[in-house]
Design a protein around this ligand. Structure first.
Ligand SMILES: [Zn+2]
Length: 254
């Protein structure tokens, strides 16, 4: 499979995922002719690729003949009355699709005539590409807005400070512990998804890190650790405290 052919296939699959619908049925003169896309492109009356014609009629419908531009392209003598065709087998441009049938009693029936423009693979590909690239452009734009607002938040230095060891609500996203300052914070909805983890910004130190959701027990432990930070240094003896006060007063004298 060449690269170009692969590109066709991938593009069709994407297209089919977005618009996985059959072309609608139409009023009939005894027979109802429906066009279905099996694999390819359809946009309004423009079609390209593998399609099938489906005919329904009275219960005693015995045989159906399928016609493109009034030329029979095949027949079916057994329900479901269906025939596949490939648009590339016909010249690009407008074509008429029609079906004729006969009942067991010998009555002749016809379907309404439907008109479609068979387009070339290149035409279809460029139409699909335009739409897909338009969608990608929208996605890209949305991404720029999200990232831009996060960068702006970081620039503004917006930090939410809470006292050390204070219990907090972590919300539906859960909480985590900052690897940089080791303080727990609530994971933000606007954090960037990175696989199972999130690239999120710490409320306390404002630094970005890869974090994952922690259990309530782990978070409670981190809060308790914060409390230890809040305690005065146990090594500071009375003598040291006095020395420190003297040092401070010296600076005041100058
Ligand atoms: Zn931090």
């Amino acid at each position: 499979m060449t690269g170009r052919r692969l590109l066709y296939r991938v593009t069709w699959l994407l297209w089919a995922a977005w618009f996985a619908t059959a072309a609608p049925a139409r009023a009939d003169d005894g027979l109802t002719l429906t066009l279905r896309r099996d694999f390819g492109y359809s946009n309004g009356s423009q079609i390209q690729g593998n399609f099938s014609l489906h005919v329904t009629g009275p219960a005693d419908l015995a045989s159906v003949t399928f016609l493109i531009d009034d030329q029979p392209i095949g027949a079916s003598a057994q329900a479901p009355f269906t025939l596949s065709f490939v648009t590339d087998d016909y010249a690009p441009g407008w074509h008429t699709l029609r079906a004729g049938g006969r009942t067991a009693a010998g009555n002749t029936l016809t379907s309404a005539t439907r008109r479609f423009e068979f387009v070339t693979g290149d035409q279809a590909l460029s139409s699909v590409s335009q739409i897909l690239f338009g969608m990608l452009g929208l996605l890209g734009g949305a991404l720029v807005v999200v990232i831009g607002s996060q960068v702006l938040l970081a620039r503004l230095g917006h930090k939410t400070t809470v006292p050390l060891g204070s219990p907090r609500r972590y919300g539906i996203m859960g909480g985590t512990v900052c690897p940089k300052c080791h303080r727990p914070f609530a994971i933000h909805w606007w954090g960037l998804n990175a696989g199972l983890r999130k690239y999120d910004r710490c409320d306390h130190c404002g630094k970005w890190s890869l974090v994952s959701r922690l259990s309530p027990q782990q978070l409670a432990a981190a809060e308790a650790e914060e409390l230890k930070l809040a305690q005065p240094e146990p090594s500071a003896t009375a003598a040291e405290q006095l020395k420190r006060q003297l040092d401070d007063s010296r600076y005041l004298d100058q």
